[in-house]
Design a protein around this ligand. Structure first.
Ligand code: FES
Ligand SMILES: [Fe+2]
Length: 390
């Protein structure tokens, strides 16, 4: 279909105006390309790990796999958070084999030859009878990594020189201030391993062309999604309804619904202090590539974290954050939010696997983006620019 010249001139229309090719299919399964993306994207940028409250108390730790690297996150004796490569400075053994635990008062002891480190990463002791000439404990601290805690979210970077933290988010860090994210509690967690490349997940996240077919329930709850659009200006004829407040055009939830739940009713104590517009919109997305998006609803906040496990394997974790009052209130039952999320995210996971399988075709070197997929173009441009960075 050719684009009428009136649309080409419409400065408010968000959609793509010409044919845009996708990334090459090999980018989604080739092990060498995957290794390049780990180096240039996952090992350079800030990656979300967990909530700070997941490391409760001094000497508690957790480990995380990011691609082929394992990060050890520790709460030190002064209650500060520190991150290290999970690797001993002696001959490189993994320091921790568990996902989580608590170190003894003696500190971090390597399971191989018992080198002992403080929780600040200083090497305190080796197991040798004496040290050879030129060897000094101070020269062998653990390999430390930059850690950043923001509103209770803990991020790590596998690079000594990560980009500015705020620059990794698509909106200003103050956009969700009204939710007071730092004080929220984790009400529930879901985990899934998806047989797809991590980019397949993000591309699916960046369009709603699939919503009517893949998400029948979500398409009812959010009428504009039922029209295969993310926002008002994604419709080439948006000006015909520029002032129309019907959610079908304006976005937001169907009449009478308050939140993303099975029946549209809120499940938790509503966040005080939200603006009327934010309550009406009922979902504000804040994204930090490559690892996380945060969706703020009126009564809960959903945090979706991705970590790559292989060229065609991605781990997804979903946290439900709520006010502490919600957890304390026996009237509040998060299940309707959890089940709704599980339905939608399972639909997404399944369709991402379908996408991944087809990408393997020897005939399919590259696809094409349609006008509604403008946000995929932005994502793919970001991938290309990260790959091109020296
Ligand atoms: S590898 Fe850790 S003490 Fe030898
Ligand atoms: Fe989806």
């Amino acid at each position: 279909m050719s684009t009428p010249s009136s649309l080409r001139r419409d400065p408010g229309y968000a959609g793509l105006r010409s044919r845009v090719p996708t990334l090459p299919s090999t980018y989604y399964f080739d092990p060498a390309h995957y290794a390049r993306e780990l180096e240039r994207i996952w090992y350079r940028n800030w990656v979300y790990l967990c909530r700070a409250s997941d490391l409760a108390g001094r000497r508690s730790y957790r480990t995380f796999s990011i691609g082929e690297q394992t990060v050890l996150l520790v709460r030190d004796e002064q209650e500060g958070l520190r991150a290290f490569h999970n690797t001993c400075r002696h001959r490189g053994a993994a320091l921790c084999r568990e996902d989580s635990g608590r170190f003894p008062a003696a500190g971090i002891i390597c399971p191989y030859h018992a080198w002992r480190y403080s929780l600040r990463g200083e090497l305190l002791q080796t197991s040798s009878k004496q040290h050879g000439e030129g060897f000094a404990l101070r020269d062998y601290p653990l390999y430390a990594l930059p850690v950043r805690e923001w509103q209770g979210f803990v991020f790590v970077a596998l690079s000594a020189d990560p980009p500015p933290f705020a620059a990794s988010f698509d909106l200003g860090l103050h956009r969700l201030d009204a939710w007071q994210l730092g004080g929220l509690a984790v009400g529930h967690r879901l985990q899934k391993t998806i047989r797809c490349n991590w980019k397949v997940f993000w591309e699916n996240y960046n369009e709603c062309l699939h919503c009517p077919g893949v998400h029948p329930r979500l398409a009812q709850l959010v009428p504009i999604f039922g029209r295969a659009l993310l926002e008002r200006r994604d419709d080439p004829a948006w000006q015909d309804h520029a002032q129309d407040e019907d959610p079908k055009y304006a976005g937001g939830l169907r009449a009478g619904a308050e939140s993303w739940t099975l029946d549209g009713k809120a499940v938790g104590v509503p966040f005080p202090g939200l603006s009327a517009e934010d309550r009406k919109l009922a979902h504000i997305y804040l994204t930090s590539l490559p690892s996380v998006f945060i969706v703020a609803h009126v009564d809960y906040v959903r945090v979706v974290r991705l970590l790559p496990l292989g060229p065609e394997l991605t781990h997804m974790s979903i946290e439900f954050l709520v006010l502490p009052q919600t957890l304390a209130d026996p009237q509040c039952d998060l299940r309707r939010a959890i089940e709704f999320t599980d339905i939608v995210m399972s639909e997404d996971a399944e369709i991402c696997e379908v996408n991944q399988r087809g990408l393997r075709s020897r005939a399919h070197a590259q696809g094409v983006l349609m006008p509604e997929e403008y946000a995929i173009q932005q994502f793919q441009d970001w991938v290309r620019s990260e790959l091109a960075r020296p």
